[in-house]
Design a protein around this ligand. Structure first.
Ligand SMILES: [Zn+2]
Length: 77
């Protein structure tokens, strides 16, 4: 298991829902495993901002990877 996420290599397994330039949101279409907990994530939020605001519902769990240039948040519902 690696903590580096290559979205290019799993592009066909996720759908890009949103791309603002600084943030991207991917929807998991093919049970891609979260690199943190190993369970399939629901969505992945990629941000190069230092901070980001998340408003998950109470039933949502979050896993987070801080890479050198970006932060990735994986949601589980
Ligand atoms: Zn996870």
């Amino acid at each position: 298991m690696t903590n580096q996420i290559d979205f290019e290599s799993i592009r066909h397994r996720v759908k890009l829902l949103q791309d603002t330039g600084n943030e991207q949101v991917f929807e998991n279409r093919d049970s891609v495993e979260c690199p943190v907990c190993g369970q399939a994530f629901t969505e992945a939020l990629v941000t190069i901002e230092r901070t980001c605001q998340l408003s998950p519902s109470p039933s949502v769990e979050l896993c987070l990877v801080r890479e050198y240039k970006r932060t990735i948040v994986f949601t589980h519902t």
